[in-house]
Ligand binder design. Sequence first.
Ligand SMILES: NC(=O)c1ccc[n+]([C@@H]2O[C@H](COP(=O)([O-])OP(=O)(O)OC[C@H]3O[C@@H](n4cnc5c(N)ncnc54)[C@H](OP(=O)(O)O)[C@@H]3O)[C@@H](O)[C@H]2O)c1
Length: 250
Amino acid sequence: MFAGDEITGVDLDTWDVSLPAPVWVPEVDLVLHAAAWTNVDGAEDDPQGAAIANIGGTQNVAALGHPLVYYSTDYVFDGTKREPYVESDSPNPQGAYGRTKLGGEGAAAAGGQAWILRTSWLFGWTSTNFVRTMLRLAAERSEVAVVADQLGCPTYVGHLARATREVVDAGLPYGVYHLAAQGECTWADFAEAIFEEAGVACRVRRITTEELGRPAPRPAYSVLRTEKAGTPLLPNWRDGLRECLARLSA
Ligand SMILES: NC(=O)c1ccc[n+]([C@@H]2O[C@H](COP(=O)([O-])OP(=O)(O)OC[C@H]3O[C@@H](n4cnc5c(N)ncnc54)[C@H](OP(=O)(O)O)[C@@H]3O)[C@@H](O)[C@H]2O)c1
């Protein structure tokens, strides 16, 4: 989506954002800030470390003084609603990751020129994510146990990238936007869809969050929708899954 633009890629090796920006970071028209402490369970053990990366890091990125896209998360909500969360709903994060990402939203907003894009359950054709993990597990075993009591919107990164571009190009006012796939499902539904679309024979054993026993709390319901006119709508998560699988097999 940004392929035609001149891009400076930055990673942890070249700039640890918990430190002020190195002098070589150029003047740019737009900063896409996706760097974060994303280890949700690990953040419970080291909330200070998560805060340094997610809040302090965002302060340093905002201090560049350029228009900024900050990617935030459905985990800023407590999951007690049973209808979609919209931008005006009050955040109430239950874990350290969500609290520090919410703090990062504040740091981004304080810079006065940030689009804060809340998204959820990201998957794509690179790196570690749920789709790739399920396909790897399906190659090793005939059954996987997957949580069936959390409801959310699995969002394909290709669709999020396109929507990000649309937000920026449309010149939408700075502020918070919910950008997640249409539709909703549980992780277990998502796993079944992955196996069905990929044509692999692997059963899904539906378990509860409690059975999985992860240290950090997760919202039981975190469907995100926008209430802001002009916000791009993403395709359904199942379309995203098909696109992702096509790209993976290409
Ligand atoms: N995944 C999701 O479902 C989801 C949902 C909603 C929002 N988000 C947000 O979307 C963004 C991208 O998420 P992701 O899933 O792609 O996460 P990811 O795979 O963990 O990517 C985060 C990147 O940030 C880097 N990083 C961590 N600490 C850093 C630091 N102090 N300085 C510079 N770089 C640092 C990591 O480097 P290393 O790999 O070398 O550690 C990693 O490359 C994050 O802001 C996340 O909060 C993700």
